[in-house]
Design a protein around this ligand. Structure first.
Ligand SMILES: Cc1cc2nc3c(=O)[nH]c(=O)nc-3n(C[C@H](O)[C@H](O)[C@H](O)COP(=O)(O)O)c2cc1C
Length: 337
């Protein structure tokens, strides 16, 4: 399935988030209007050694198509072989992580470290591109640090090497998750690039997603943490973009949460289900009355059934409650991109 065609029909893309956008959550978000989806970052070395844990991260469902497998690594040949393996597994595209700021990854030359050396970027993407027939995309930061922002050059290389798009998280590696994503810079990169661009960073509402799309001219908007605070962000953005009216009053958070629980339970052990459900319930509660007490209660719950009972009671009462603006609060300030 062609990811670029899907992006043209729906420009709102779920950002990859390690430990969050797993098989279950991707299926859930796909039903809730996300365009293409991508796995979290997966180690090319792990694939080389056929680590079962690594290979499990690559699994996806037919309902998720078009789906990309995101790889990270340092050695072009190793990443190329992993990309070929992803293609054999049936991925619709391969995405390379050039944005991870985490020291453990960067120290070895993986993630955003490569942005310091555009020739290394060229060597990596051209080696991987030659190894596969499916589309290749990359996800980058604006640069290594404020003095060396080079997204325009990286996008130029990506275009010359025949990649399908570049997703840009609007922060440098040095910023980690501090400060604000620089959408003015993303707009500049878009204006100077021939390759399709996905802008990413700090989009928390469907209206912001539309505004970013219109003001910067990007081809897609990638949304990560915003989907955890508002799982309806994709359906709503898509409706506004298509000129349809929003039906916010009919929100049924409790039914939504039950659906998510089903997706997770279908794939995960009781223990993992409990961990995941508690996290998602806590995130979805953001900005609603009683969220703090609710979080305390679910983090004390000792079983899936107790977590579900507490969560459903909370979400049922929410139906018409307005969500407060929490954009100034710190929220998940660390990740792999
Ligand atoms: C917990 C967490 C895990 C992340 N894992 C990944 C990852 O595996 N691959 C990646 O490219 N980006 C990863 N990111 C970065 C996001 O894709 C995104 O670029 C970043 O969160 C900014 O977008 P947002 O403000 O919409 O969340 C992660 C972010 C978070 C918060």
């Amino acid at each position: 399935m062609d990811p670029l065609k899907t992006l043209r029909d729906n420009p709102f893309v779920l950002a990859p988030m390690a430990g969050i956008t797993d098989h279950a959550f991707r299926s859930f978000m796909k039903k809730l209007g996300s365009s293409v989806v991508v796995t979290e970052l997966i180690s090319a070395t792990g694939i080389q050694y056929q680590s079962q844990k690594t290979i499990d991260l690559m699994s996806f469902g037919e309902d998720q198509r078009p789906v990309g497998i995101q790889l990270f690594g340092e050695e072009p040949e190793v990443v190329a072989q992993a990309a070929r393996f992803a293609q054999e597994k049936g991925a619709d595209f391969v995405d390379l992580n050039f944005g991870c700021p985490v020291p453990k990854v960067v120290k070895k030359g993986g993630g955003s470290a490569i942005l310091r050396d555009p020739q290394a970027v060229r060597a990596m993407v051209s080696t991987v591109k030659k190894a596969i027939d499916i589309p290749l995309t990359i996800k980058i930061r604006t640069g290594w640090d404020a003095g060396s922002r080079n997204a325009v050059e990286i996008c130029h290389i990506a275009y010359e090497e025949g990649l399908t798009w570049v997703a840009i998280h609007g922060r440098t590696r040095s910023q980690a998750y501090e400060g604000k994503a620089d959408w003015d810079y993303i707009a500049e990169v878009k204006a100077q690039s021939k390759i399709p661009i996905l802008g990413n960073g700090d989009v928390l509402t469907p209206h912001q997603a539309i505004e970013r799309l219109r003001q910067t001219g990007v081809d897609g908007v990638m949304i990560g943490r915003g989907a955890l605070k508002n799982p309806y962000i994709f359906v709503d953005a898509l409706k506004i973009w298509r000129g349809e009216s929003l039906s916010g009053d009919n929100r049924d958070f409790a039914a939504l949460f039950r659906e998510l629980a089903e997706c997770i339970q279908a794939r995960c052990s009781e223990h993992i289900t409990q961990i995941q459900l508690r996290k998602f319930a806590a995130w979805f509660a953001t900005g609603y009355p009683g969220a703090a007490a609710f979080r305390k209660a679910i983090f004390q719950s000792t079983s899936v059934s107790e977590t579900m009972e507490t969560s459903i009671a909370f979400f049922e009462a929410l139906r018409l409650a307005p969500q407060e603006d929490t954009s100034d609060e710190r929220f998940l300030m660390g990740g792999h991109g």
